[in-house]
Design a protein around this ligand. Structure first.
Ligand code: DHK
Length: 138
């Protein structure tokens, strides 16, 4: 089975409580359960509010994971460190945003991670995570 690390950045631990008109009512645990219910890949789910922790987990994925599905949260728009860590990862990378970042404030329109990702999914809500996993196993 394909090994996929599903990585979530800052404030995504508050999914379901945080700005539900933007991010929806599902919690991160709901998202994880729905991804696992697909039964398509060997999934590891992680979330951190800390940039360095995300970098460490991406480094640990080298040689152990086939792909990373990442929602870097606000670090999408700021983090060269996460981009560099993903560039050092030899597997596939798909970037997910729950909201359509291009329809929002201008500072959200650019993502450093998109320069490394093979695909970018934005605006599908939490379906984006499941779409990324399906894409990675075809
Ligand atoms: C999540 C966040 O936390 C924001 O900082 C991004 C992204 C958008 C999302 O849509 O999932 O700008």
């Amino acid at each position: 089975m394909t090994k996929i690390l599903v990585l979530n950045g800052p404030n995504l631990n508050l999914l379901g409580q945080r700005e539900p008109h933007i991010y929806g009512a599902e919690t991160l645990a709901d998202v994880e359960a729905s991804c696992r219910a697909l039964d398509l890949a060997e999934l590891t789910f992680k979330q951190s509010n800390h940039e360095g922790q995300l970098v460490d987990w991406i480094q640990e994925a080298r040689g152990t994971q086939d792909a990373i599905v990442i929602n870097p949260g606000a670090y999408s728009h700021t983090s060269v460190a996460i981009l560099d860590a993903l560039s050092a990862f030899e597997g596939r990378v798909v970037e997910v945003h729950i909201s359509n970042i291009h329809k929002r404030e201008a500072f959200r329109h650019h993502s450093y991670v998109s320069g490394r990702a093979e695909a970018v999914i934005a605006g599908l809500g939490t379906e984006g995570y499941r779409a990324a996993i399906r894409w990675l196993v075809v």
